[in-house]
Design a protein. Sequence first.
Length: 393
Amino acid sequence: MTHAILTLNAGSSSLKVSLFPADGDQPMASGVVDRIGAAAEIRLKDRDGQPIATEGSLASHAEAISTVIAGFRGHWPDLALLAIGHRVVHGGPSRTAPVGVDEGLLVELERLSSFAPLHQPHNLAGIRAAMEAFPGVQQVACFDTAFHRSQPWVNDAFALPRQLFDEGVRRYGFHGLSYEYITGELARIAPQLAEGRVVVAHLGNGASMCAIQNGRSVASTMGFSALDGLPMGTRCGQLDPGVLLYLMDQKGMNAAEISDLLYTKSGLLGLSGLSNDMRTLEAAGTPEAGQAIDYFVFRCQRELGAMAAALGGIDALIFCGGIGENSRLVRARICERLAWMGIEIDHGRNAANERVVSSELARTTVMVIPTNEELVIAGGARAIAGRLGQEAA
Ligand code: AMP
């Protein structure tokens, strides 16, 4: 039998999948289904880069999951799934670790959909679809918020009437699976740094920073929603709430219109009027594209100062995410004016995309560590399935 763990990351119209061996870190296969529901497209490859043939409907998440599994079964006829791990954006105030899925948990997570209406329903649809397709397989939920639940109250709360805090209007922070991976990697490759004051900059289409002390999240730039903090591909980042009042009062915009503006038309796309994609902006050379990059860099520097203040200093800065891992320009520009916090980039190392990109004598180590959220989900699923299996035995 080929025992394996499947990880699923269900977005609004996409599904990212990886298949891990029962006890290995290198995926046997991975891929993505895009545009589920309309002109869907599937790309699956095994670890050698060979395409995995699939046949079947991609009209819904449920059908896409079944089609993906059928493709894997065609490739590995004796495939046996030990567990399916799901990325779930919101675990609410109480979930601090992955957990096995049952009906009670789904009801709890559905209640949290009002906190993350654009993400949570899709994650839950993915879980339901997987439960339907594979009723006997252990499903495990891994939360993007869990890593941040260690944050102190001052960073958890907004200065709003207490009742709102009690009903869950708090700063949750997201990208937790990525931060967990980076924290684990840092502990492996630079254990001394991992015990210190670390800021991780997850800069991708979604972007945030996290202040981590001795492996625990102390503060993060994303708050109640995935809109706060840094500007992103299409999301606004930190915004004066007075702007929302203006949009409602003076422009008569309703919640759906404002949500669409803030989530899908703002950020790099809104500022550049061109693209949400950093590569496109770097190549464009228009004044607006330049200003969008300037704004992104400036807000990263500002938030980095805030994260370092929350930690009482900084020992290491780690870049990850599509921009953090690949854009030499953005990394160099962010580090440009940060000598006061001991940050000094080595341009040769940075241009070569080396793991350590700070100069030899710099007080603060700057590193690039490619993130791997899928591996964290697989680890969570493996641990829960192993524990529940032992309890049942
Ligand atoms: P992610 O959401 O983590 O996949 O990151 C996507 C972002 O990374 C997009 O803005 C891409 O343009 C950006 N990105 C990927 N590769 C590069 C690169 N070589 N140079 C600059 N930006 C990049």
